[in-house]
Ligand binder design. Structure first.
Ligand code: NAP
Length: 282
C-alpha cells in the first residue's frame, strides 16, 4: 500500500480562495492585529506568513512588533486598547512569550470574541461543552482537512500524542465532539508503540524527529503529523513521523511541510471572518 497524501497546502489554498470571495462581498473588511514580542526566528516566519495570507484574502492585517523588554502590564494595556477598538475584529499574540511575562494572564486578557487563536479559557470552555465559538487553529485545521478528504471520524479510534493546551487537548476534545473514541498519549505514556498500533487515526503533536516509525502504525491508518521541527543549518522542516516507512503502511498521511502548517494559517483567517460576523451579528 502507498499512502495518499493529505495535501494541506492545496486544501488551504482552496479555503483561502473561498474566504477571499466571501470577504470581497463585505462592505467593511475584517481586521486582524498580530502582536509579536521579540525576535524569535520561528515566530518571525509564522507572523510573516499569517500577515501575508491575511492580506491576500482581503483581511486588514497589521503586525504590532514590541520589544522583548515590554512588561506584562504594558502588554495587557495594549491588548485592552485593541479589545475596545470597534475597528479591530481579531487579536492574536504570537507565542512563546518572554519568560518574565505570564502567558495565561496575557491570553486571557484578549476579549473572547476577538480571540482568533481560540486560546482563552472562555473559548476552551465552550469547546469542552461541545458549543465552540472560536476554535484553536491547528486542531480546527486538522478536522477541516479530514472533512475535505471525506474521512469520517465517528466510531474510529483516534490516538493523539501530545497534551498541550494549544494542540493535543483541543484536538482530542474536537475528535470526541465528533464521536471518535480517544486515547491521549504523552511523555509518561508506557509502550507508546502498542497504543499507536491500535489507532485508526493517529495524530502526533510532539516535536521529536522520527518518534513515530513504520512499525508504530496499523496498516490502513490515517496519520497526521503536526510537528514542525526546524533544522536551521539546512533550512529544512521535519515532523515526528518517519514519512517514508509510514507511507508504505498508512492509507493517508500528511507531509511536513505542506500538511498541517498551511491549514493552521487558513483557519486563523477563517476565525477572523467568524469573529467579524460574531461582532457584526451577520
Ligand atoms: P508542547 O507543548 O511541547 O507539547 C508536546 C507534547 O508532547 C507534550 O504533551 C509532551 O508530553 C509530549 N511528549 C514529549 N515527548 C514525548 C514522547 N517521547 N512520547 C509521547 N509524548 C511526548 O508542543 P505543542 O505546542 O503541542 O507542539 C507540538 C509540535 O507541533 C511542535 O513540533 C510544534 O512546533 C508543532 N506545532 C505545529 C503547528 C502547525 O501549525 N503545524 C502548530 C502548533 C504546534 P508531556 O505533557 O508529558 O510533557
Amino acid at each position: 500500500m502507498t499512502a495518499k497524501i493529505l495535501d494541506g497546502k492545496k486544501t488551504a489554498s482552496q479555503i483561502r480562495q473561498g474566504l477571499k470571495e466571501e470577504i470581497a462581498k463585505l462592505q467593511k473588511k475584517p481586521s486582524l492585529k498580530v502582536i509579536l514580542i521579540g525576535d524569535n526566528p520561528s515566530s518571525l516566519i509564522y507572523v510573516k506568513n499569517k500577515n501575508k495570507y491575511a492580506s491576500e484574502v482581503g483581511i486588514k492585517s497589521e503586525v504590532i512588533h514590541l520589544p522583548p523588554s515590554i512588561t506584562e502590564n504594558k502588554l495587557i494595556e495594549q491588548i485592552n486598547k485593541l479589545n475596545n477598538d470597534k475597528n479591530v475584529n481579531g487579536i492574536l499574540v504570537q507565542l512563546p512569550l518572554p519568560k518574565h511575562i505570564n502567558e495565561f494572564n496575557v491570553i486571557n486578557s484578549i476579549s473572547p470574541e476577538k480571540d482568533v487563536d481560540g486560546f482563552t479559557i472562555q473559548n476552551k470552555g465552550l469547546l469542552s461543552i461541545g458549543t465552540p465559538q472560536l476554535l484553536p487553529c491547528t486542531p480546527y485545521g486538522i478536522m477541516e482537512l479530514l472533512k475535505r478528504y471525506k474521512i469520517k471520524v465517528a466510531g474510529k479510534h483516534a490516538v493523539v500524542i501530545g497534551r498541550s493546551n494549544i494542540v493535543g487537548k483541543p484536538m482530542a476534545q474536537l475528535l470526541l465532539n465528533n464521536d471518535a473514541t480517544i486515547t491521549i498519549c504523552h511523555s509518561k505514556t508506557r509502550n507508546l508503540k502498542n497504543i499507536t498500533k491500535t489507532a485508526d487515526i493517529l495524530i502526533s503533536a510532539v516535536g521529536k524527529q522520527n518518534l513515530i516509525k513504520g512499525n508504530f502504525i496499523k496498516p490502513g491508518a490515517i496519520v497526521i503529523d503536526v510537528a514542525m521541527i526546524r533544522d536551521e543549518k539546512n533550512k529544512k522542516w521535519s515532523g515526528d513521523t518517519d514519512f517514508k516507512a509510514i507511507s508504505k503502511k498508512a492509507k493517508y498521511i500528511t507531509p511536513v511541510p505542506g500538511g498541517i502548517g498551511p491549514m493552521t494559517v487558513a483557519m486563523l483567517l477563517k476565525n477572523t471572518l467568524t469573529a467579524y460576523k460574531l461582532q457584526n451579528k451577520c
